[in-house]
Design a protein around this ligand. Sequence first.
Ligand code: ADP
Ligand code: MG
Length: 399
Amino acid sequence: MSAAVQAVQSRAQILTGQFAEIYGSEPDGVWRAPGRVNLIGEHTDYNNGFVLPFAIDRSALAAVRLRPPGRDPEVPDGVVRLASRYAPKGHGLSREEFSIHGLTPGSTEGWAAYPAGVVYALEAAGFPVPAFDLLLDSTVPVGAGLSSSHAVEVAVIVALNDLLGLELEHADMARLTQYAENRYVGAPTGIMDQSASLMGREGSALFLDCRSLAAETVPLPLAEHGLAVLVMDTRVAHSHSDGGYSARRASCEHGAAVLGADSLRDVPADADLSGLDAETRRRVRHVLGENRRVGQTAAELQAGRMDTLGQLLTASHASLRDDFEVSCAELDLAVEAALTAGALGARMTGGGFGGSAIALIRCADEEQVRTAVLAAFQGRGFREPVLFTVLPAAGAGRV
Ligand code: ADP
Ligand code: MG
């Protein structure tokens, strides 16, 4: 049994004990759903393009017990009880509850919206959900761009899928959690994060076609090669990202229309871009180049080659910085400092304007890269970044 699997099992054991203390009896089981890192393929998803994320060895665990009518006479029927050690306003346990009947978008606030959104999506799809008790514990940092929200949603949906015998496919659960996040929580997220959390495999990444949702597992044996991915969370909030994000989407749509295509996915990599204004040309060039890099990365990994991976990541960053213009000083500094200290490649990951960057490093160089990045941030007077390594882990399931 690997150390990562052992760590999850001991977390699950602790969670089971805490569940019994809180709710008075043991859960029906514990389910795990990982966060994710997008290795390459940024701002390609809404252009119907390709992405290459992997599930990481940081995960949400959900201990769940169904409470069909009458199982616990002290609790009103239809009430879902939730608890999590996630306590944004202090320490200790955060407890919430909501009623399954009459769920409407916005009817539940705070973190309860994510489990409630999953219930809402299942009911909308015609699967009645009975009341349940849930205790959450997650090692996916919140707001670092590793998709802690999808880890919560996926943990809840895989638990309910098993307990209710729904036999949903991964693609169904990906769409349902997207529905939960889009329609109930109100966040306009795509399909990548849940897909990675559901379909990830240890030592592998997921080559995902965002148009057909076809997913292919590609080997990413970082540990075998003595490599790891260092996440560098700049802790810069994506404060201007909303306007910037929609402006980028609009540029891409405009570019596709001028080029006579439904989406940039359908524009050939060597298309003549001279008819576009300079800004649109840069945006389009990024998307075409990024799709090509994702395909190239997947092909290299399929062929068992890791030696060009670093260069592809660094090329992605340059394109996001110069052509798509969604980087920021902190992300650029993290990338530069990591590369100077010996990282094999580095790039911003996620939507940009803040959030995290990743660096592909040799495990033997970890200390030196960390030290260099911290020193660079201190030298510029930037807030201290949070640094940690991740490895490709298995997708969601029962512990
Ligand atoms: P991220 O990029 O990490 O997904 P989001 O803002 O989309 O950031 O989601 C973070 C939200 O997910 C938190 O504010 C909280 O509501 C919920 N969440 C994440 N982890 C937990 C947890 N362990 N317990 C309860 N809620 C959580
Ligand atoms: Mg999220």
